[in-house]
Design a protein around this ligand. Sequence first.
Ligand SMILES: Cc1cc2nc3c(=O)[nH]c(=O)nc-3n(C[C@H](O)[C@H](O)[C@H](O)COP(=O)(O)O)c2cc1C
Length: 214
Amino acid sequence: MKIKRIFSLLMMFALIFSLAACGTQSSGSDTKQSATNAQSSADTTDSSNSSTGKKTIVVYFSGSGNTKRVAELVANETDAALFEIVPKNPYTEDDLNWRDENSRVQKEHNDTSLQNIELNSTSVPDWESYDTVLFGYPLWWREAAWPVNNFVKGNDFSGKTVIPFCTSTSDGIGDSGSKLAQMAGTGTWQEGMRFSEREEESAVKEWAQGIGLK
Ligand SMILES: Cc1cc2nc3c(=O)[nH]c(=O)nc-3n(C[C@H](O)[C@H](O)[C@H](O)COP(=O)(O)O)c2cc1C
């Protein structure tokens, strides 16, 4: 009788121990599960929104790659989407030779009716969802390069903060940004930033971090 009681007591202990072990294991896997969920939602947030909850896009035109490089650095630093303004008839190196009287840019500069540049697309997927537009372009004769004009005219910037930036050899951004603001007629356009042709990566990143989008 005594042996039977000891045996059943042992069985009870064994049962209690195995249940406790199961409990620990399942709470362990729960912890892992919620960490995985936290990770995946953070990833989604990273790809579409900054941690401020604002959604940002970098829109840019680049003839010879300098503005493209800056735009990509800025987008990376602010977790922003990127949209490149691409002319239907892209500019070749010869086209961009402003020292040549007969080059495409010289002809377009001298005859403003030639500055109506047809673009591959002016519509940005999900445009309405962006709060902030960082708008990049090279300076051409101290103005925003005219291939951006049809993008600016063709989009509604209402409710958006627009921050222009440009690259140039030596000139400052001047009034190129406020002229684009006038052209757009909508949006809250802020004072812009000028970068040199081969601006230090650290300077671009510092500016991007400073505009408070991250
Ligand atoms: C047609 C043309 C006009 C330019 N005019 C100016 C200018 O007025 N002032 C300036 O500092 N740089 C001027 N530049 C230099 C460009 O702004 C500079 O090289 C810029 O970084 C080019 O950017 P991208 O490589 O994105 O096209 C001009 C370049 C070109 C091709």
